[in-house]
Write a protein that binds this ligand. Structure first.
Ligand SMILES: *Cc1c(COP(=O)(O)O)cnc(C)c1O
Length: 340
């Protein structure tokens, strides 16, 4: 189940990792213009203009880019195209929950590899004595927020040269270094990103994959058997404008990272243990308070955070980074709870 989308106004939503800032005004203008131009016509089924913009941004070729209706759709196509091999797909025991949903849908066996006791991915544990059908990781990982350094990603690629290694970089713009620069050297690497988080476009539904032409062609084949027009004219126009407004992207992502670092310090002062985050959320636990009851009591005060009833992480809260005012409201509520 995805995080709750409340029907009540005025709730402070820190539970689904949306960006607290609205999309760039240039995005809104571009979408308005596109709406006035030609909605009676189908969009470009190949999304060429957008793929070219993304390719230029990352210094790769447009035919090394595949775009989809949110990165969830890109991931679904990738699982379908690459991981239905009758061999287990390796993934961290704690990671993005949708991976196991796709495994269920496509009959793929997931082999869960434990994170270390510091909740970091241990690359050496991905060398298995038996044949595997691929590897998927989120980097930075969700919901832990921890970043695997690029040289470790490269070691993972070297340990699995025959299988597709999918690196989901939904949060990479909040403090990590993308692996897209490695796709020419590792033809088995598929990097997936989204415009939902760092470009404030969760409502527009645009994600993409970068990889070797061979992998991108395989994704195109799946997509063309499923929906020829996954990106509509508004999404194409808005996504292109989002890449063009470099200044807005920089300002908002820096603001989110600053708020994250400030919130981390404040939470630690309140006694929380906070994992180092390279994302737009923090993953924190408090030795003196049950996470489930903290989440419930914050909710009573109009603040939603995410709690997972799952082994190893049931004492953690995942808190999305809001505006400075929203972060302050959260801290105020926590301080009140702790004196009560
Ligand atoms: C949010 C998220 C996605 C999905 O993003 P969409 O592009 O909105 O579908 C994928 N992977 C991870 C790890 C995420 O957190």
């Amino acid at each position: 189940m995805p995080g709750e989308q409340p029907k009540i106004d005025k709730l402070i939503k820190l539970n689904t990792n949306e960006n607290p800032y609205p999309a760039s005004p240039r995005v809104v203008k571009a979408i308005t213009a596109a709406a006035q131009q030609g909605l009676q016509l189908y969009p470009d089924p190949e999304s060429t203009a957008l793929r070219e913009v993304i390719a230029r941004h990352h210094g790769i070729a447009a035919d090394q880019v595949f775009v989809g209706n949110g990165s969830d759709e890109v991931l679904a196509h990738a699982f379908f195209a690459f991981f239905q091999q009758g061999k287990p797909l390796l993934m961290p025991d704690i990671s993005y929950s949708f991976y196991q949903v796709y495994c269920g849908l496509y009959g793929i066996t997931a082999e869960l590899i434990s994170l270390g006791c510091d909740m970091a991915i241990q690359v050496d544990d991905y060398r298995r004595p038996h044949a595997v059908g691929g590897v998927v990781i989120a980097n930075p990982n969700a919901p832990t927020g921890r970043l695997l350094p690029l040289r470790e990603v490269e070691r993972l690629l070297q340990s699995q040269p025959q299988q597709v290694v999918l690196v989901d970089e939904a949060y990479i713009d909040f403090g990590g270094e993308t692996a897209i620069g490695l796709i020419d050297r590792y033809p088995n690497l598929l990097v997936v990103q989204t415009l939902s988080k760092s470009r404030s476009l969760a409502g527009l539904r645009v994600g993409f994959a970068a990889g070797s032409r061979h992998l991108i062609e395989a994704l195109e084949r799946v997509k063309n058997s499923f929906n020829s027009y996954p990106l509509d004219r508004l999404a194409l126009a808005g996504a292109i404008a989002a890449y063009e407004d470099v200044d807005y992207f920089e300002q908002t992502r820096q603001a989110v990272m600053q708020s994250r670092n400030a919130l981390t310090r404040e939470l630690m002062q309140l006694g929380f243990e906070v994992l180092p985050s390279a994302t737009n959320f923090v993953f924190a636990q408090h030795p003196g308070h049950e996470a489930a009851s903290l989440a419930a009591r914050l909710r009573e005060r109009g603040i939603l955070v995410r709690h997972f009833r799952l082994p190893r992480i049931e004492q953690y809260l995942r808190i999305s980074i809001g505006t400075p005012a929203q972060c302050e409201a959260l801290l105020q509520a926590l301080r009140q709870l702790f004196v009560a």
